[in-house]
Design a protein around this ligand. Structure first.
Ligand code: ZN
Length: 151
């Protein structure tokens, strides 16, 4: 790898021209960008989300990106891991491995969507159930108080 260390740079907006060796982090748009570490000059963008890439900010200021960056859509087909600012070559990706990652991405996304839907269902049901129970209790209580009322 030509670039062996990336320096994290926090930006509000990604610059038009990326500088090699910098790892731009745009937290507002959950996006990172860097020049491909092989030195080919391609811009690499990684969307941060539980279904895509996860960025770890270490206490010492270094960052790690998970999973690996596989630039199979570029001619270089480079594949590396960014851990604690260091670029670790992860070996060439064969067609099979690329397909496996693509499938894994899809599965992760589906699982994420299913999880969000389940959570949404839970949220949708919870307040209704809670409110209905409380109201039923309140009515019961009111009824009981009325029956105890002396006049
Ligand atoms: Zn490259």
């Amino acid at each position: 790898m030509k670039v062996q260390v990336l320096a994290p740079v926090y930006v509000e907006q990604l610059p038009d021209q990326l500088v090699e060796g910098r790892f731009y982090i745009c937290e507002e748009f959950a996006l990172t960008a860097h020049k491909c570490c092989c030195g080919c000059g391609e811009d690499v963008y990684n969307k941060l989300s539980p279904a895509k890439w996860q960025l770890t900010k270490n206490p010492d200021g270094t960052v790690s990106l998970y999973p690996s960056v596989g630039n199979w859509k570029y001619a270089c087909q480079s594949h590396y891991v960014i851990r604690n600012n260091r670029v670790i070559e992860a070996g060439p990706m064969g067609a099979k491995a690329i397909e496996a990652v693509k499938q894994q991405d899809l599965r992760a996304r589906d699982a994420f969507i299913a999880q969000m839907n389940a959570h949404a269902d839970e949220l949708a049901q919870q307040p209704v159930g809670w409110w209905a129970t409380l109201r039923a209790l309140g009515l019961q209580l009111l009824h009981r108080v009325r029956s105890l009322w002396p006049w």
